[in-house]
Design a protein around this ligand. Structure first.
Ligand SMILES: [Zn+2]
Length: 199
């Protein structure tokens, strides 16, 4: 029980500290959230979106799952995506993977079965396309594949067709030094639309 009580104590301390620094902080947040960013990251406890990007509550809408997968049949993510794009009108979607991802490593070493194996099916397909690849490189390629999945997603494509500003970024985080690397695979328009591409 001590472990849990500690969290509630921490919370009271944190809320008090924030109020002391900015008395209006919670009152403002209560009225609305208007984050510019949607974060799609890994559930790994070492990769917390707000902390590693220095963002406060209210500044980033977050979805996390094992190995930051973008699967079009994932109702949870699809609802997050629709809400973020159509209601919150975020301008940036960040897919952030990380080196040393347990999900990727497990697939690489053929150590998963059951539900997890099914969940990481995309990674398995990716892996089969590359021979003698390192775990780190696979973590990067996994991010790139999810950026591609997002840019082919109907909710994203609808926003682009409407001329909305919406950028998709692929990043990778290094647990060993706390730094994020931009994989430079950003997408911000419909690839098959020559008018938008030429602008
Ligand atoms: Zn991970």
């Amino acid at each position: 029980m001590k472990d849990i009580i500690k969290l509630l104590d921490n919370n009271r301390e944190w809320a008090g500290r924030v109020r002391a620094e900015n008395p209006d902080f919670f009152r403002k947040l209560e009225k609305q959230q208007s984050p510019k960013y949607l974060w799609i990251g890994c559930s790994d406890s070492r990769v917390p979106a707000n902390q590693i990007t220095g963002l406060l509550p209210g500044e980033v809408f977050v979805h996390r799952n094992i190995s930051n997968q973008v699967v079009n049949t994932d109702m949870n993510l699809m609802c997050v995506l629709q809400y973020a794009i159509e209601i919150l009108r975020v301008k940036h979607i960040i897919v952030c993977g990380h080196y040393g991802c347990g999900g990727i490593e497990a697939i690489m070493k053929n150590k998963v079965s059951g539900l997890l194996e099914h969940w990481l099916d995309n990674v398995k397909t990716q892996m089969s396309k590359h021979r003698a690849i390192t775990d780190d490189r696979m973590c990067e390629l996994n991010v790139t594949a999810q950026v591609r999945n997002l840019s082919n997603n109907t909710i994203v494509q609808k926003a682009w067709k409407q001329g909305r500003e919406l950028h998709i970024h692929g990043w990778i985080y290094s647990i060993s030094n706390g730094l994020i690397k931009d994989l430079k695979v950003s997408q911000n328009e419909l690839k098959d639309n020559p008018v938008r591409r030429s602008r």
